[in-house]
Design a protein around this ligand. Sequence first.
Ligand SMILES: Cc1cc2nc3c(=O)[nH]c(=O)nc-3n(C[C@H](O)[C@H](O)[C@H](O)COP(=O)(O)OP(=O)(O)OC[C@H]3O[C@@H](n4cnc5c(N)ncnc54)[C@H](O)[C@@H]3O)c2cc1C
Length: 369
Amino acid sequence: MKNYDIVVVGAGPGGSIAAKVASESGYSTCLIEKESLANNGRYKACGGAMAWELIEEINYPEDKIGRIIESLELHHVDGEVFSKKGKGAVVWRDVFDKFLTNLATESGAILKDNEQLIKIKEVKAGYQVSTRKDEYNAKYVIAADGVSSPTLKLLNWPFFKSQDVILTITKEMNTTKSYIDKILGNDTVHLFFGIKDLIPVGYAWLFPKTKRITVGWGNQIDLVKNSRKEFEKFWTLPFVKEALKNSSMEIFKPHLIPVGLRPKLYEDNVFAVGDAGGMVDPISGKGIPYAMMSGQIAIETIKTCEKKDRLEKLGTTYEKSLDRRFLKILKAKRILRDKIFKDDENLKKFLKLWEKHRASEIVMKKLLD
Ligand SMILES: Cc1cc2nc3c(=O)[nH]c(=O)nc-3n(C[C@H](O)[C@H](O)[C@H](O)COP(=O)(O)OP(=O)(O)OC[C@H]3O[C@@H](n4cnc5c(N)ncnc54)[C@H](O)[C@@H]3O)c2cc1C
């Protein structure tokens, strides 16, 4: 039995940042990850797109970037194309996540990879967490184990509403850099929309990486009739067909994205962080920065409440801090999302606005109303 102040379950962006901040704050911290992080870590289905500000904020090395991005092309299936400028990057998630996990271990967190959490029970001093290999005791538990969060499932926390879950399919297609540069442009991500003829609530995408194209499709789960067939429909679009000509499939992976909050984000010293809590932009599906921020906020909450001896305020402090930093906007975006995907006319109005404005500006200034 090992005793820690904090056990973090899941070494994704949320868990690794939580473990880093916890160790830096002087808490003994154990980071448990079910996958082996030896060599290059593990594959994760993800576009891996992020704003350049985040790359700079964490000093992410340029040689670990899949591609530097300067623009987004927003295609509507009826042929209209909208363009959005802005610097960003696409990264490989195994490389990116491992970079963050290394920051956590360099700060003193103990990493237990290749260890899957299989049991958690409340004990007098906090929680007893069991993996397939060992047992750990901790006062606090950070559930950063993704959308399906085994931790929260074992604790009987409620799951997301079905209209708040997107089913995605990702295929990694090998091709050549010169062909990607020629067809997709060397610095452009392509998104595809169309409520009537492509996806009722969601979008599909082509993300250029070094010598691969990440092809993805995501639709609100309760509206999916036959995911493979619907995904295949996307491949028949002339632009997509041309882009994927002569490519070969390396990986195929379905995955869920939460686009609304879990009904509960905190209870009895357990914090839901990142996808486990549903902290994803409901319009774009962007979740990496929110996972990282919520990991940090969970630990700051513990620190603040311990310092003020107000442990009964852990839940409200966590939710208030999340709201202040980003959650209020995500909640407003969740309402806007229903408006955007009401019909193709609204969707195009949004795409036109998105060319020039950030989605947060569209929602806060009520530009779509
Ligand atoms: C197809 C797709 C495309 C996306 N594209 C983007 C994008 O371009 N940009 C963006 O910002 N976001 C994107 N997202 C969202 C982004 O991937 C998530 O929001 C982000 O990964 C959330 O981080 P997290 O740390 O909360 O969870 P995760 O990254 O899911 O990490 C959870 C970790 O917990 C581990 N784990 C699970 N169960 C256990 C267990 N029992 N014991 C121990 N460990 C466990 C997992 O192995 C995993 O490492 C995309 C998502 C999908 C599905």
